[in-house]
Design a protein around this ligand. Structure first.
Ligand code: ABU
Length: 814
């Protein structure tokens, strides 16, 4: 008879390293009645065949912070649990074979250093000292992390499971979750089957740690968890005479990693085009299984490896391994509260970095479940970034051919995915392509990022230096600053909130004052109980009982879910109407003149002041003109129903031709907004950033009697700010900023840039970032001398708390 109890506070589905880590961390927080169900044996899906590398240098800030935690946790796990984890701090070296890669790893090193990771830039000669077997031909530079390590993946998972058990968790193997019971947005229990027995366990929470089954487990839980298994290859040599302990070595330019283990060498691959596996679902009986070898697929990696590590030529191959791992559409893992349900959580899709991520990810998820709120910014990995269409199997099969290779690809700024494109197109798509648009993708939307000139190649040439579109964006930027530009903002999320209580509901969920006349637009944030920013939106009152909430494209689902979860007894209906309207932004000092050419309406300050919307005629159509700006100029966003969108585009383009109107893209929007110091959600403002420290206190109506986050706002106001968002401009016009570059104040690293871009009107790279300032006045913050660390070189920077471009917003309100 199975030992499954009849009730649990939480049922964790899946006994790989992440399921064990979630159980470990929940019990560490004191959770009782934690039950983990594993269909076969612990680790028998992917964990058992992982390479077991524990690296801290990751592509994003969040993932680096969580990987650092894993490294620290695994260092102590054996002492805590008595299970030998095989964890050794052997260090790691990543070498660059191109100047571009060198810049990438030096920039990553800077970011990691800003989070307290020990990392050293080392020369080829120093690489050779640490790794004598390496052929350093072509090595341009390297980074060394002395605390990185390697471990036995299965034993790390088993140690976590033991730690969880010691604190009372039940870890039950050979027991499969087969179905669920559900009431509205909650799972009430899980059906299970074990060796012919069946039963049901009621629960308060469910966590999907299903690994490569995560997609199917997600569907069972009424949630969207897009991931696809792909084949991952490595070889292990026979024992090599004299081979001693070595750091882990990564040669991403040759798609390879190397791990010495017990005198043998493991060589693994992240090839550019990978092989998706089990497109029709993972076989039910899969357990510690391997896939057939494919030497032809692995051969190019091996060829390079033999040149790079000549001793491999002599070594016999002991094992040719091929095992499946799960990959997500954007190469970041899935973590957090599933948007479709209120008590379903996800930790899955670890893109081959499961062991090194699991410690941190398990800690973060457990804390999130405990608090009911993200413990810190987890935007890169938050499951709510995924769009419903991304579970389409054809999409996943195509995209996953690319994602495995992305782990070691150059992570160039603005890099676009090459596969599974063209899925969400705006009504202006063909018009934009016809006029030279070069598209990028966000949340499935094809968006014009920049416009090529006649005869210019319409593709990205990536670099860490000025890219091929730098001049195009500069021209678009100056057109918006000096004349007028038009760009497509259809990808905005558009959410209607309507009903008898719409006004009261928004006044509770948002920090602004929504008791405004019809036609008023309120720029606002939704705050969490810590005063952190969960959403950054505009709210337009459409009628007495209806509002339009406009959100960034990538966070529509997260923002809608945030509202939905707070509806309570309010009488409102919340509906996604994103696809119903096209949006064209008309921005620049001549924006009014352009609109007056195509519309009989009055766009004067008296009739349509900044922050208001009006219904207009335009061409032969009807539309709504919202007077707002994200580029810091006079301008309107024209919302027009999808059926009339193409017509309105043509009317504006024809009228604009006489005025030299310029079509612009998303890169221009970014370069303009950073000059103006406008915050970008997900970078500059996140759930972790207090609204007052973000400098957005003006958008919070503190005298409202009750809204989410009010107490945290009042408390911060009384106690004072611990950090301030500062705008920087490099005084040397040459270096470029992207984000994550360390901020150096009076010689000390004090933070990092949350975003960066080039200020074409101000003539230098610009960035935004938080600077600690406990008990410092604004003047004291600015009295320091600032530098930004750009790939290891410190560059002098001007600092400002007010926007450097048009500080009084005179250009916006003309
Ligand atoms: N599973 C292999 C991990 C590769 C890496 O850490 O670079």
């Amino acid at each position: 008879m199975s030992s499954v109890p009849s009730h649990a506070r939480v049922v964790i589905i899946g006994g790989g390293v992440i399921g064990c880590s979630v159980a470990y961390h929940l019990t560490k927080l004191g959770w009782q009645d934690v039950v983990l169900l594993e269909r076969k044996q612990l680790t028998s899906g992917t964990t058992w065949h992982a390479a077991g590398l524990i690296a801290q240098l990751r592509a994003t800030a969040n993932m680096t912070k969580l990987a650092k935690y894993s490294q620290e946790l695994y260092g102590n796990l054996e002492d805590e649990t008595g299970v030998a984890t095989g964890f050794k701090r052997v260090g790691s070296i990543t070498v660059a074979l191109t100047e571009e890669r060198r810049e990438e790893i030096y920039r990553q090193a800077g970011m990691a250093r800003a989070f307290g990771v020990d990392v050293e830039e080392i020369s080829p000669a120093e690489v050779l000292k640490k790794y004598e077997h390496l052929n350093i031909e072509g090595v341009k530079g390297a980074v060394y992390l002395d605390k990185d390590g390697q471990g036995d993946p299965a034993n790390i998972a088993l140690a976590l499971a033991k730690g969880a058990r010691q604190r009372g968790a039940l870890v039950i193997e050979r027991t499969k979750a087969t179905g669920v019971t559900r009431e509205g947005r909650r799972i009430t229990g899980v059906d299970w089957e074990s060796g012919g027995d069946t039963g049901h366990i009621t629960c308060d929470h469910v966590v999907n740690c299903g690994g490569m089954w995560g997609h199917e487990v997600g569907a069972m839980l009424n949630t969207n968890v897009p991931l696809q298994a792909c084949e991952h290859f490595y070889i292990v040599t026979e024992a090599i005479k004299g081979l001693q302990q070595l750091p882990v070595l990564r040669v991403p330019d040759e798609c390879a990693y190397y791990k010495e283990d017990a005198g043998k060498m493991l060589l693994g691959a992240f090839e550019p085009v990978s092989k998706p596996w089990a497109l029709d679902g993972i076989p039910a009986d899969f357990e510690f299984d391997q896939l057939p070898e494919d030497f032809d697929h692995f051969e190019p990696i091996l060829e390079n490896a033999v040149n790079r590590m000549p001793m491999l030529a002599e070594a016999g191959i002991h094992t040719f391994f091929n095992g499946p791992e799960s990959f997500t559409p954007d190469d970041a893992y899935h973590l957090g509260q599933a948007p479709e349900m209120d008590n379903v959580w996800v930790a899955a899709g670890f893109n081959s970095i499961g062991i090194q991520s699991a410690g941190g990810a398990g800690m973060a998820l457990a804390q999130w479940m405990e608090d009911g709120a993200k413990p810190f910014d987890l935007g890169d990995v938050d499951i709510s970034r995924m769009q419903p269409f991304q579970s389409n199997k054809t999409y996943l099969a195509e995209r996953s051919t690319e994602t495995l290779g992305l782990l070691y690809a150059d992570h160039f700024p603005y890099r676009q995915k090459a596969t599974a494109r063209g899925i969400r197109r705006t009504p202006f798509h063909q018009h934009l392509l016809d006029r030279g648009a070069v598209m990028g993708e966000l949340a499935g939307w094809e968006r014009a990022n920049w416009f090529a000139r006649d005869g210019q190649e319409r593709e990205y040439r990536y670099s860490w230096k000025r890219q091929n579109f730098f001049g195009n964006v500069a021209a678009e930027h100056m057109a918006v600053r000096e004349n007028v530009g038009m760009y497509d903002m259809t990808s905005f999320g558009k959410i209607r909130v309507e009903g008898r209580d719409a006004e009261a509901f928004l006044n509770y969920v948002g920090g602004g004052d929504y008791s405004v006349p019809v036609g008023k637009i309120v720029y606002t944030q939704f705050l969490n109980h810590r005063g952190g920013i969960e959403a950054d939106v505009t709210v337009t009152r459409l009628s007495e009982t209806a509002y339009l909430v406009v959100t960034p494209a990538a966070t529509r689902l997260a923002d809608q879910t945030w509202m939905q979860r707070h509806v309570g007894d309010f009488n409102v209906v919340i509906t996604d109407v994103t696809a119903g309207e096209g949006v064209l932004a008309i921005m620049g000092p001549n924006a009014r003149a352009l609109l007056e050419k195509v519309s009989p309406n009055d766009f004067s300050n008296a009739t349509n002041p900044f922050g208001t919307a009006q219904e207009i005629e335009i061409g032969m159509a009807l539309a709504r003109a919202h007077r707002v700006t994200y580029v810091g100029e006079l301008g309107w966003e024209i919302y027009v129903s999808a059926d009339m969108s193409a017509h309105v585009f043509e009317a504006l383009a024809d009228a604009g031709a006489d005025m030299d109107m310029t079509l612009c893209g998303m890169h221009m929007m970014d370069t303009c907004r950073i000059e103006k110091g406008f915050r970008h959600f997900g970078h500059d403002i996140t759930a972790e950033d207090h609204v007052l420290e973000a400098g957005l206190g003006f958008a919070v109506k503190k005298d409202k009697p009750s809204f989410i986050g009010r107490e945290a706002v009042l408390e911060k106001q009384e106690k004072g700010l611990d950090a301030r968002m500062v705008q920087f401009r490099l005084t040397d016009p040459e270096p470029l900023l992207y984000h994550n570059e360390p901020i150096v104040r009076d010689g000390e690293i004090v933070g990092y840039l949350s975003s960066g871009a080039y200020g074409h009107a101000l003539g230098g790279a610009m960035g935004l970032g938080y600077v600690p300032c406990p008990s410092q006045s604004a003047a004291e913050v600015l009295a320091s001398s600032y530098e930004i660390d750009v790939a290891g070189t410190r560059v002098k920077a001007e600092a400002s708390l007010k926007p450097m471009y048009d500080p009084k917003s005179e250009r916006v309100k003309v």
